[in-house]
Design a protein around this ligand. Structure first.
Ligand code: CAA
Length: 240
């Protein structure tokens, strides 16, 4: 039996590439999604990867969903906290709802996803926690006070989990993608997107598979001594 990997937001965007990449690397993959039943069904049909629907912003739903995955596929060895949303607005126009929705999904969602699998990883003395942060958690972004706060928070989460998990054979790392060719980036107004691409020395958006390959490496046995780190994959747009 292969190792089991859970990918939140795993049927679309970067998550879709991560789910497929982990499957190709030999993992038994479960992918979660929040609302788009049609996209999830198409994804399962094409890939054979099972999908599960829950809201990562809810602890109860996450815990129950994870119990279902573990009963159907097996104990989760690798957890990829990828699910994320944007609600962009300049700060003076940002509503408390836009703030809260992004905090609930992108930050509390990481707690809700990792906390239920953590005791099992500690018992089995193996685990890989991989959190998909963002370049905008490292540098901030006009219009993303909410999103940047959550993505910076992710880095604090993995640095702390790394210290707590190290002796139990668990690693926790973050990947900070730059601007990747997904629906999320395509939702940015075209003019703004053009100006963003002009700021990327590579001269192009990244591909979801370029992030998926980082995840597959961090999930592997070869990456066992990489713990608490942040991998930037942004075409040289920003250096920490
Ligand atoms: N820097 C400085 N000023 C800026 C600016 C910037 N980056 N962007 C906009 N402005 C200015 C505008 O020029 C304008 O100034 P004036 O009033 O003097 O003309 C003012 O701010 C207001 O701009 P808008 O009228 O466009 O404001 P808006 O409310 O319609 O929208 C926005 C603003 C929502 C922030 C929009 O510009 C936007 O969507 N920006 C993109 C934000 C972004 O990069 N999001 C990333 C999404 S992808 C992602 O999140 C994935 C990832 O991890 C990388």
């Amino acid at each position: 039996m292969g190792r089991v990997a859970l990918v939140t937001g795993g049927s679309r965007g970067i998550g879709e590439a991560i789910s497929k990449g982990l499957k190709a690397a030999g993992f038994d993959v479960a992918a979660t999604y929040a609302g788009n039943d049609e996209a999830a069904a198409k994804f399962t049909e094409e890939t054979g990867i099972k999908t599960y629907k829950w809201n990562v912003g809810s602890y109860e739903e996450s815990k129950a969903g994870i119990e279902k995955v573990e009963a159907e596929i097996g104990p989760i060895d690798v957890v990829v906290a990828n699910a994320g949303i944007t609600r962009d607005a300049p700060f003076h126009k940002m509503t408390p709802e836009q703030w809260q929705q992004v905090i609930d999904t992108n930050l509390t969602g990481v707690f809700n996803t990792v906390h239920p699998v953590w005791p099992g990883m500690r018992e089995r003395k193996f685990g890989r926690v991989i959190v998909i942060s963002s370049i905008n958690g490292q540098k901030g972004q006009f219009g993303q006070v909410n999103y940047a706060a959550t993505k910076a928070g992710d880095l604090g989460i993995v640095k702390s989990l790394a210290q707590e998990g190290a002796r139990a054979g668990i690693t926790a790392n973050a990947i900070c993608p730059g601007y990747i060719a997904t629906e999320m980036v395509m939702a940015v107004p075209e003019k703004v997107r053009e100006s963003i691409i002009a700021q990327i020395p590579a001269g192009r958006l990244g591909e979801p598979e370029e992030i998926a390959r980082c995840v597959a490496f961090l999930a592997s046995d070869d990456a066992g001594f990489i713990n608490g780190s942040t991998i930037s994959a942004n075409g040289a747009q920003f250096f920490v």
